[in-house]
Design a binder for this molecule. Structure first.
Ligand code: HEC
Ligand code: HEC
Ligand code: HEC
Length: 127
């Protein structure tokens, strides 16, 4: 009984977290501010409707955690993380700095609600 409850609470937490990440934008700012770049913005929903979770979270080894990956430009240019697609073939290439580095300076790493999220009335991170 207790175990079942733990499972239910645990899994609804998981789904709530998953939904938040799925529809929100991930702001990645582990290094950008320090390097004088605007934080990187990863629109999760935009990508998620184009690719399966597995492509990024298994094949490309993105950890399920905002800011939980050691991403830098050398790796991206080398074809890791964002660079697996943003290489001028699958998607536009790394020269378009501002398309990714579009966050408001000083915004910490986080998932925040996107326009899509507001339109659909989906649960988001309360701030
Ligand atoms: C496809 C998306 C994307 C594009 C395009 C992109 N970046 Fe980045 N960049 C990132 C991500 C994600 C990070 C990690 C952000 C963090 O942790 O703060 C990052 C980190 C950085 C960093 C800090 C880490 C490091 O490698 O020194 C700098 C500086 C940077 N980018 C500069 C640039 C410049 C200059 C361009 C254009 C020539 C560019 N970026 C284009 C996604 C991108
Ligand atoms: C195109 C690549 C891509 C696809 C497809 C994708 N994700 Fe993600 N996901 C990411 C990236 C990038 C992050 C942020 C990682 C970081 O900040 O280092 C992320 C973060 C997450 C997080 C953590 C958010 C948080 O709160 O910290 C969850 C959960 C997640 N994704 C679930 C999913 C699920 C479920 C699917 C499929 C329905 C999916 N993702 C599809 C790239 C992707
Ligand atoms: C699995 C492939 C894949 C990965 C990995 C990926 N992207 Fe993308 N991304 C795409 C494609 C495809 C597009 C759409 C390109 C187009 O419209 O020409 C796109 C578009 C975008 C856009 C523009 C969204 C818009 O509204 O037009 C941003 C911003 C972006 N990516 C950031 C990132 C960042 C940051 C990362 C790494 C954290 C990343 N992407 C990783 C495939 C990917």
């Amino acid at each position: 009984m207790v175990l079942a409850l733990v499972f239910i609470v645990g899994s609804s937490w998981f789904y709530a977290e998953t939904a938040r990440a799925e529809y929100g934008d991930v702001i990645i700012n582990n290094a950008s501010d320090e390097a004088g770049m605007r934080p990187a913005v990863f629109p999760h929903w935009f990508h998620r409707i184009r690719f399966r979770c597995k492509v990024c979270h298994a094949d490309l080894e993105f950890k399920f955690k905002a800011g939980g990956n050691q991403i830098n430009m050398l790796k991206i240019i080398d074809g890791e993380f964002c660079g697996a697609c943003h290489n001028g073939e699958i998607a536009w290439s790394v020269e378009n700095c501002d398309v990714c580095h579009s966050g408001k300076p000083g915004t910490p790493t986080q998932v925040h609600g996107s326009t899509v999220q507001k339109l659909l009335g989906l649960p988001g991170k309360k701030k």
